[in-house]
Design a protein around this ligand. Sequence first.
Ligand code: F6R
Length: 365
Amino acid sequence: DKGNHRHFMEKEIYEQPEIISHALSHYIDFAAHTVKANDTAIDFAKLSGLAISACGTAYLSGLVGKYWFERYARLPVEIDVASEFRYRELPLSPSQAALFISQSGETADTLASLRYCKDNGLKIGAVVNVSESTIARESDAIFPILAGPEIGVASTKAFTCQLAVLAALAIGAGRARGTLMADDEKAMVKHLAEMPRIMSRVLNEVQPQIEALSRELSRFKDVLYLGRGTSYPLALEGALKLKEISYIHAEGYAAGELKHGPIALIDENMPVIVIAPHDRFFEKTVSNMQEVAARGGRIIFITDEKGAAASKLPTMATIALPNVDEIIAPMIFSLPIQLLAYHTAVFMGTDVDQPRNLAKSVTVE
Ligand code: F6R
């Protein structure tokens, strides 16, 4: 049932504040401001490293997770798309653990990567939506994302719920490993607790602006997304979402890679969507934006209020989200990215919930 939404995708985008709040309550003790010590088969305190593998959007949530586990838990992360991971003959040791991220829990390549890690003696964790799935069944520890059924083929709420669960796991790992102090944990948990309310506000406030912008975006054939740090996987996710439902060619790049190739493409026919909260990378990303502006590129600047005030560059549009802490920025910045893809596809008149050639669950290699 779509309720009063035109598509399941739209419904699932708007469900996120409520669903993520429910998902978080599984991992977080909001009264104590701590991550719950869910007793699982994976002891993060003792690990020498973590391997993560997944496909598509789930892989991109894992890529954000890598930044968090490395930064907050000082845990080295090896991550790859499952179709490569399974055949790489990556040397692994039982002192590592492995996480597999999958909405459906049935993706063939992800399952094969899981079995590879299992054969190498690693403890296996599954970050899944479907708890009765094959990937969940073959894992030692299940970390449910509790997003509820996702009907739209393009993943939205599963992505942000994966992020929320990975954030909680990384904070918990940081505490267990002594790399994150109790005060830091408390501060981060408070930000996570406030997140659903901020998500609701963002969804309501940016919708009209994004809908208007989407009408313009639907006229272009190519779009480039740029970001640094955890905004880099978001740039990849933005491009994936746009291409799969609107069929506009889109690419995501690490902003610092701009001058190593894609800058050759910059002209007025290829809008550049820059994802840049006012974080420790902001100045660097703005200098990349400057390079785009200097070559006549059109910029769509997705930032926060501080970022919007700090940059004087001319843009095609500036979307200024509320200033938020960096631990919740990836979830908050996912929202305009999802809405932009959604409304652009609606203007293009594509089958948003069932894009051509795509399947919700990819059970063959
Ligand atoms: C993109 C999308 C796909 C899936 C990928 C993995 O919007 O939905 O890229 O993320 O096929 O699927 P799961 O998570 O079921 O393993």
